[in-house]
Design a protein around this ligand. Structure first.
Ligand code: HEM
Length: 457
């Protein structure tokens, strides 16, 4: 482990506590949000923590978040902060690629996420909502975390690999995907290649995933017509020098988008369920919005979803209170100054959506669930452009914002028109043991069908 540059003059204040060798890593692992909040309460916008081999510098609050998200790629690096993803995405893919290549690779997603494609995906979200929830009974108890992760796995498979593959491949794909996920944990942040069973399963799963995608790519090349999914965009794409993507690269990019978009959407889905079960008056207003926009119509469209402003605000508010990505990181390539403090080259800067979203100067009454804060007249997110950072901000802001909003709106529009929900547990605490923070299992909710069963069931 490298010695930390603790004798650097004018360093931000150091958070008390921590253990020899590992520093604050165990606190960061058990409850990162409490740790960041503790530091903010003591020191304000900027302070240091000790991490294994690295000085961590935590930056929260609007001014610090603005500074953080405005850095250029030659000033701070995501690549070095997210090395743990390389065994899953692959060598030379996404964060492991040279910045120019990563830019081109992410550029392929722009094509896959353009409006005409989003309309097609939305049809898939609507069809999946009808199919999936059509199988629910009149009443029942569900683990909403599992429901969120399962339904978004199906919607993701449809968008990535096409409607047909959703039914043909979901099981095989989800098993391999689960093994890949099992190899991503706190240990892999510091040592992604340890010979542990979970890491071995991860590496085997990736080889099998490439084989699986290879077969589909071969079929696509033989029969290229009529596919409107993300895989097809990647099959048709080329780098600036004219080179086509290899199957390894296509697989890596499919996994990149899957890891970026699946659990993040799945846990947001489940937080919305929890918040609406806890706040029936907001639920009733959302049902009224559905009636106002749709009347008695059962089939909804992309354009209907665009009009659901209270639902949009509810999703933003769920993401504000419970952002699935609680911390983002960058390695400092060029030392910088902030609020008179010196941040040395080589340190890891950390921003926290979970703590930043509860700063009262930016979001008044920050612990209150209040979707109206995003509606016309208040628009607190527009007033503070670096305040709501559930999707990050600046040059690396999430590319899937519209996709995620449409998906969650389609799923929740269906649920609001067909079900009511009650809480079954006294509280729904956040589970920080996963890199994507959702409600802690079992997250039990009772549903009751109020609409008639849809034809898609
Ligand atoms: C980046 C959150 C859904 C694709 C990010 C970042 C955050 C985030 C915080 C920035 C990370 C950083 O600055 O280090 C979320 C949340 C989602 C979601 C909360 C759901 C509620 C999606 C979906 C997709 C997606 C559905 C794709 C369809 C991406 C990509 C990036 C990204 C490609 C990298 C952008 C870049 O580095 O330039 N996301 N995301 N995300 N997200 Fe999402």
């Amino acid at each position: 482990l490298r010695p930390l540059p603790l004798d650097t003059p004018n360093l931000p204040p150091m958070l008390p506590g921590g253990l020899p060798f590992v520093g604050h890593a165990s606190e960061l692992r058990s409850n990162p949000v409490a740790m960041v909040q503790r530091g903010r309460d003591m020191f304000g916008d900027i302070f240091c923590v000790r991490l294994p081999g690295t000085l961590g510098v935590v930056m929260t609050g609007h001014a610090a978040q603005e500074k953080y998200f405005r850095f250029r790629d030659d000033e701070v690096s995501q690549r070095e902060a997210y090395q743990l993803m390389t065994p899953v995405f692959g060598k030379g893919i996404a964060y492991d690629a040279e910045p120019q290549i990563m830019k081109e690779q992410l550029g392929f997603f722009h094509g896959a996420l353009r409006e005409s494609r989003l309309r097609t995906y939305t049809d898939g979200f609507i069809a999946e909502s009808e199919h999936f929830f059509g199988q629910w009974g009149e009443t029942g108890e569900v683990n909403m975390l599992e429901v969120g992760n399962e339904v978004t796995l199906y919607t993701s498979t449809r968008c990535l690999l096409g409607d047909k593959m959703r039914f043909k491949l979901s099981k095989e794909f989800s098993e391999l995907y689960a093994d890949l996920e099992g190899g991503i944990n706190v240990i892999s942040f510091f040592a992604p290649y340890l010979p542990l069973p979970a890491m071995r399963r991860r590496d085997k799963a990736r080889v099998k995933m490439v084989e699986l995608i290879e077969k589909i790519v071969a079929e696509r090349r033989a029969d290229p017509e009529g596919h409107e999914d993300i895989l097809q965009t990647l099959v048709e794409s080329s780098y600036a020098d004219g080179r086509k993507l290899t199957v390894d690269e296509i697989t890596g990019l499919i996994l990149t988008i899957m890891f970026a978009g699946h659990h993040t959407s799945g846990v947001t889905f489940s937080w919305i369920a929890v918040l609406l079960a806890q706040h029936p008056h907001i639920f009733r207003r959302l049902v009224a919005e559905q009636r106002e926009i749709l009347g008695d119509r059962e089939r909804i469209t992309y354009d209907d979803l665009q009009k659901m402003k209270l639902l949009e605000g509810t999703i933003k508010e769920a993401l504000r209170l419970y952002p699935p990505i609680i911390l983002v990181m960058r390695r400092v390539l060029k030392a910088f100054e902030f609020q008179g403090k010196h941040v040395p080259e080589g340190s890891m800067i950390i921003a926290s959506p979970a703590v930043g979203h509860r700063v009262p100067e930016v979001f008044p009454e920050p612990h209150r669930f209040d979707p109206d804060r995003f509606l016309p007249g208040r628009e607190e997110d527009k007033r503070w452009p670096y305040g709501h950072i559930a999707f990050g901000a600046g040059r690396h802001r999430c590319m899937g914002i519209v996709f995620a909003q449409l998906q969650l709106r389609a799923l929740w529009s269906h649920l609001l028109r067909n079900f009511e929900f009650d809480m079954l547990d006294p509280s729904y605490p956040v589970d920080y043991t996963n890199l994507i923070a959702g409600p802690r299992p079992p997250c039990r909710i009772r549903y009751r069908r109020v609409g008639k069963r849809s034809a898609g069931a």
